[in-house]
Design a protein around this ligand. Structure first.
Ligand code: GDP
Ligand code: MG
Length: 169
C-alpha cells in the first residue's frame, strides 16, 4: 500500500512545548529538561489512520525571534502546520495568532492548520480559556486540541486528525 508523505512544521513561541510534543509523538517520552531547539530539527514518524499509512516529516522550529525569518523555509511545501501555544501563557496565544496570519498570507494554499493549546495538565495556572481558543480555531478553520506533552494527552490524536483533514491527492 502506498505511503503518503506529509511534511508538517511546528510553530509557536519559545517554551510552549513544541519539541516536547514532537518527542511525545515520535518516541512517546517526555524529558522535563529538553535542550532548546537551535534553528530547527527534523524527525519522521509513520502512522496508520483509517487503513492508510502516512509518513510524517516533522520540522520542529525554534521559537526565538532571531530565527523567525527562517520559518518560510519550513512551512514552504508543508501539507500541515501545528501552531502551539501554552494554555498558561496568554501572550503565547497572541504569538499564535500572528503565525496564523503569516500562514494565511504566505503559506501553502491548502495547508491544514492545527492549533495545540499545550500544558493542559497545568489546570491551576490556566490563562487561556478553552472556549476562547475553540472559537478562534473555528473562525480560522483550524483543528483545535488542548494537549499535554507531559501526560500524552491528545498528541497522537492531533496528528491523526491532521491526516483525516488532508485534501485528496
Ligand atoms: P519549545 O521551546 O516550544 O520547543 O518548548 P519545549 O518542548 O522545549 O518545552 C519548554 C518547557 O515546557 C520545558 O521545560 C518542558 O518540560 C515544558 N513542557 C512542555 N510540554 C509540557 C506539558 O505538556 N506540560 C508541562 N507541565 N510542561 C511542559
Ligand atoms: Mg524546541
Amino acid at each position: 500500500m502506498a505511503l503518503r508523505e506529509v511534511k508538517v512544521c511546528l510553530l509557536g513561541e519559545s517554551g510552549v512545548g513544541k519539541s516536547s510534543i514532537v518527542q511525545r509523538f515520535v518516541h512517546d517520552t517526555f524529558k522535563p529538561a529538553l535542550e532548546s531547539t537551535i534553528g530547527a530539527s527534523f524527525m519522521s514518524k509513520t502512522l496508520t489512520v483509517d487503513e492508510k499509512t502516512y509518513k510524517y516529516q516533522i520540522w520542529d522550529t525554534a521559537g526565538q525571534e532571531k530565527y523567525r525569518a527562517l520559518a518560510p523555509m519550513y512551512y514552504r511545501g508543508a501539507a500541515a502546520a501545528v501552531i502551539v501555544y501554552d494554555v498558561t501563557n496568554e501572550s503565547s496565544f497572541g504569538v499564535l495568532k500572528d503565525w496564523i496570519k503569516e500562514l494565511q498570507r504566505h503559506g501553502p494554499q491548502e495547508i491544514v492548520i492545527a492549533i495545540a493549546g499545550n500544558k493542559c495538565d497545568l489546570a491551576d495556572l490556566r490563562e487561556v480559556q478553552y472556549k476562547d481558543a475553540l472559537a478562534y480555531a473555528e473562525q480560522t478553520n483550524a483543528i483545535f486540541v488542548e494537549t499535554s506533552a507531559k501526560n500524552a494527552t491528545n498528541v497522537s490524536e492531533m496528528f491523526e486528525a491532521i491526516c483525516r483533514k488532508l485534501p485528496d491527492e
